[in-house]
Design a protein around this ligand. Sequence first.
Ligand SMILES: [Zn+2]
Length: 153
Amino acid sequence: MKRQELMVAAIKNGTVIDHIPSNKLFQVVRLLHLEDKNVESEVMIGYNLPSKKMGNKSIIKISEKFFTDAELNVLSVVAPNVTLCVIRDYEVVEKKRVTLPQEIIGIVKCGNPKCITNNEPMSTHFHVTDSKHGIIQCKYCEKEQKLDTIKLV
Ligand SMILES: [Zn+2]
């Protein structure tokens, strides 16, 4: 393990989410539901750490917690370039990247104030129309949005 990664204490088993843009950290925390009352894992957060690649970055380490690919892929909506490490007995046993799902349900707010999803108690639903440029389209009002400007619900 590189010295840089030790700036936040190592975990024995769990998931490390690295290379989070610092301004997206709190959205990532929210998307992983780490602030829910029933979270029992120990969570360590390193905010605004120096990074050669990114200038600065943030990192989250979640003890004794393993996510499904679907849970992790949701992160691509706000932080497409994060890297994920699965840790078992202090060793990285798996490294992965997140990929943008084709459908994004209940996560992103529609930018159209007249959209039914902003006026009725219902989940938003977007299709990804251009994954390369991060363009998503509302299923209900067809408004397109760029992922780097979206707001979470
Ligand atoms: Zn809409």
